[in-house]
Design a protein around this ligand. Structure first.
Ligand code: GDP
Ligand code: GDP
Length: 450
């Protein structure tokens, strides 16, 4: 494979971390490059397929010097892949410390698909930047891009400079620069995020919980954005409410504050232990709640469904029960999540809510002894044998819990190909029931052992 000689040029400091921007033509790579570098250097050309040589620049990310390269582009022609151009871009990938993979929020093409495949070996160092999220109407498109399996997805508008701080924060996090000194060992505290659509009572609940005890705890290196947290103590446990800035700044509605709520929600979920998903009982669910729910499950975070404003119910018959049923029906993916009705306004059932958060957090931190787990696996296998496949029996040989928060299990099986999903659901259910993970997402991965 052709080496990218430009990276080794004398004027490029090879000791600096290398960040490359990659994507098919016309997704906005050079616009982003210019936006980040802050100079209009690379040529922006609206004609698809125009490729350029990679142009490395030294860039100040936070307080760190890094090398930023616009890879130029990957293109398909009638023959399929345009060899030399594409190879050049791809060789850059293996050399990069971080890859910004740019996609267009309006359109996913076969070239994108091809790049997704090429990027698979580098998944851990990719930040997926979904570009052209120019306004609120396009914001929801970000969620679709979670299906590509990247941990880091940021919605941006390179042309309008939106989401750029979030992108920079994510890059910093991935490069692990300054992190250690930036974030001192935190005392044990349960980190909660309060999410939900506007007017569900998030601020009211935050204020109730934290009173005036809101502090600006850290400015993320190199950015001007402060992270505000509120803290409080309940029954001897410390709690932190994350990202209260997103909630509080609302009154001054700066254009891009509420606007980038999807980026914010994603970041907040990542930073939290337990998410409180606020639902206004007088209003019902929003489409976005479902997307948030999916992400929570995928990330293995704890979640409590909070039914707020019960004081506003008319008290006719079993109104609350009907609402609960409806939420359960609409959120099958969160069938394990506790449902707690409260009134943030009147302070009703707040103790119950916090007790629930605490219980969920305990489950997230619970470790199952390997012997205990394997006794169970054996017994569950005796009670209900895995179904027989075309080429013989499936069997779980043994397993182990690989992590807490999120709770993950690794099961060794005799054959991984087509291992029956139904059997995994059976095992997962029993894990919830018998091992004490009734209220949290758990993840099972398989490995073959003969
Ligand atoms: P590249 O081929 O990936 O480097 O893409 P360019 O940076 O040359 O941009 C391709 C086209 O997309 C240009 O017409 C840009 O003006 C446009 N573009 C770039 N970023 C954005 C954005 O955030 N929003 C919109 N609407 N257009 C953008
Ligand atoms: P946010 O946009 O999610 O932060 O919602 P707010 O906390 O600003 O609340 C939106 C509106 O709902 C305000 O007028 C609150 O007073 C009202 N509200 C919040 N919690 C309750 C509640 O438990 N009961 C009732 N009746 N109103 C509430």
């Amino acid at each position: 494979m052709q080496k990218l000689e430009i990276v080794n040029k004398a004027d490029i400091d090879t000791t600096l971390p290398l960040i490359s921007i990659i994507g098919r033509p016309n997704v906005g790579k050079s616009t982003l490059f210019n936006r980040l570098i802050g100079k209009r250097r690379a040529i922006t050309d609206p004609t698809p397929g125009v490729t350029r040589d990679p142009i490395p620049e030294t860039w100040l990310l936070g307080n760190n010097r890094v090398t930023l390269v616009d890879s130029g582009g990957v293109k398909l022609d009638q023959e399929g892949l345009d060899g030399p151009v594409t190879e050049k871009s791809l060789s850059l990938l293996s050399q990069s410390d971080v890859i910004i993979f740019v996609m267009d929020c309006m359109e996913v093409t076969p070239e994108d698909q091809m790049l997704l495949k090429e990027l698979r070996p580098y998944t851990d160092k990719v930040v997926l930047a979904v570009n052209k999220i120019d306004d609120v109407t396009r914001e929801d498109l970000i969620w679709n891009y979670y299906n590509y399996g990247y941990q880091r997805v940021v919605g941006i508008s390179a042309a309008h400079g939106l989401g750029i701080e979030e992108l920079e924060d994510t890059l910093l996090g991935l490069l692990d620069l300054e992190r250690q000194e930036e974030e001192p060992e935190e005392a044990e505290t349960i980190k909660i995020a309060i999410l939900g659509k506007p007017n569900t009572g998030k601020s009211t609940l935050t204020n109730l919980l934290t009173g005036r005890d809101i502090s600006i705890v850290s400015s993320i290196a190199g950015t001007t954005r402060d992270v505000m947290r509120g803290t409080f103590t309940y029954k001897g446990t410390d709690y932190t409410v994350l990202d209260t800035a997103g909630i509080r700044r609302k009154s001054k509605v700066e254009e891009d504050v509420e606007y980038y709520s999807v980026n914010r929600a994603i970041k907040t979920i990542d930073d939290s232990d337990v998410v409180l998903l606020m639902i206004d009982v007088t209003e019902g669910l929003a489409e976005q709640d479902k997307k948030i729910a999916q992400l929570i499950v995928r990330r293995g975070k704890g979640v409590v469904l909070v039914l707020n404003k019960i004081d506003a119910l008319k008290g006719i018959g079993n109104e609350l029960e009907a609402i609960k049923d409806r939420v359960r029906f609409l959120f099958p993916i969160l069938n394990f999540a506790p449902l707690v009705p409260i009134s943030a306004l009147e302070g009703d059932e707040i103790g119950k809510l916090l007790d629930t958060v605490w219980a969920v957090w305990r489950q997230l931190n619970k470790r199952i002894d390997t012997n205990v787990l394997n006794d169970c696996i054996r017994r569950w296998g005796e009670e209900y044998e895995p179904p027989r496949g075309a080429s013989g029996h499936y069997k779980i040989l043994y397993g182990t819990q690989v992590s807490v928060t999120p709770v993950r299990f690794l099961l060794f099986v005799n054959r991984i190909k087509d291992f029956p999903e139904s059997y995994l659901s059976y095992v997962k259910n029993l894990m919830r029931k018998e091992l004490g993970f009734s209220s949290i997402p758990i993840e099972i991965s398989l490995r073959e052992r003969r």
